[in-house]
Design a protein around this ligand. Structure first.
Ligand code: UT7
Length: 332
């Protein structure tokens, strides 16, 4: 469908906790090794929240940086969209409301969006619609997750994978042909049990009896998710590129969800991309869920890799099982 307007990224920001946890640190706690984690996942270290740091604390820092980068005042923001699976409070209020108050976004409405590690892609696609329709002027998208708080610290197959972080973007109208070009989304709900936190929702609410039970933590069929992801990442990205009327060769940068370097490498081969076109920072942050794509995008922007006109493809996947891919032309 033809767009009325184009939605561009006018500002970007990110935030991670100060505390670094290396593979060697994990090896002191569970039966693992730096060698295993590095070769099977590509992760070398990750950032871990302090106990009293909540999602909204990281989100606030990333959002402040994005507003600054967009040279936008908080009062100009029309809508706050927060993509997260780890809100400060499990039921309500949404993180968007906490941010609205703390940032001073006086006129903004807002809501949280739950799409697990696909949160950036679903959030970007959603936020762009409000700008492309001409309905709103400035939308703040914040992707934040603190999954280190939801891992069983004795389960080596999961605990070493996740880190915490936040990435934020300001979206507003941009030149024709720039900003968001195309998106695709998908779900394979039959895979829901493959990546799940069973306790604490309406299906099995927390009770005095079940608190402390294993089911409060992330349970993952690693091999199942791996098999799904290794195929979907390349295919979904290609679909989005085609939807934008482009070919794989047109892509200047690919920003994949940072879950496993072997999954990223498979997508890179599928798309026939040179390694320098793929933005990877999994070694420093591990899997930061919804934050991983904007964290990598922000890094590439700050180190000068992204140039005005750069064509960027992103792809995320995760619990659901869900996926999403976006294509955009950098306009800053
Ligand atoms: O955002 C989406 C989130 N999730 C994902 O993207 C996860 C996708 N899956 C993966 O990334 C990989 O499947 C993992 C990294 C989770 C696991 O790698 P794998 O190559 O699939 O290993 P595996 O599960 O087949 O396990 C191989 C061996 C097992 O030992 P045995 O049975 O062969 O003796 C595991 O017990 O590796 C063992 N293992 C470990 N060893 C040392 C599993 N985790 C660890 C560990 N350290 N941390």
């Amino acid at each position: 469908m033809a767009k009325l307007f184009y939605a561009g990224i006018s500002g970007l920001g990110s935030a991670v906790p100060d505390k670094i946890m290396t593979n060697a640190d994990w090896a002191k706690l569970v039966d693992t090794s730096d060698e295993w984690i590095r070769t099977r996942t590509g992760i070398e270290e990750r950032r871990i929240c302090a106990e009293d740091t909540a999602a909204s604390d990281l989100a606030f820092l990333a959002a402040q940086r994005a507003l600054q980068s967009a040279q936008a005042a908080p009062e100009e923001i029309d809508l706050i969209v927060v993509a997260t699976s780890t809100p400060d409070y499990p039921i309500f209020p949404p993180v968007a409301a906490l941010l609205q108050d703390r940032l001073g976004c006086g006129k903004a409405g807002g809501f949280d969006l739950s799409a697990a590690c696909s949160g950036f892609g679903y959030g970007f696609y959603t936020a762009a619609q409000f700008i492309e329709s001409g309905e709103l002027q400035k939308v703040l998208l914040v992707c934040v997750d603190t999954l280190s708080k939801n891992v069983d610290r004795t389960d080596r197959s999961v605990c070493v994978l996740f880190g915490d972080g936040a990435g934020a973007l300001v979206l507003e109208r941009t030149e024709v042909g720039y900003g968001h070009l195309a998106s695709i989304v998908g779900l394979r709900g039959s895979g829901a049990p493959d990546l799940i936190v069973k306790l604490g929702g309406s299906k099995t609410p927390l009770t005095k009896e079940n608190i402390g039970n294993q089911d409060q933590y992330i349970s993952m069929n690693g091999k199942g998710v791996f098999k799904f992801a290794v195929n979907i990442m390349g295919e979904a990205t290609e679909q989005a590129i085609r939807k934008a009327g482009l070919t794989n060769k047109d892509i200047d940068f690919f920003v994949p969800h940072q879950a496993n370097i072997r999954i990223i490498d498979a997508a890179m081969r599928h798309l026939d991309l040179a390694p320098e076109k793929v933005i990877v920072n999994i070694q420093k942050y591990g899997n930061t869920s919804s934050a991983s794509i904007p964290l990598a995008l922000d890094e590439a922007y700050r180190d000068g890799r992204l140039k005005k006109g750069s064509l960027i493809a992103t792809c995320g996947f995760g619990a659901g099982l869900s996926w999403t891919a976006n294509v955009l032309r950098w306009g800053k």
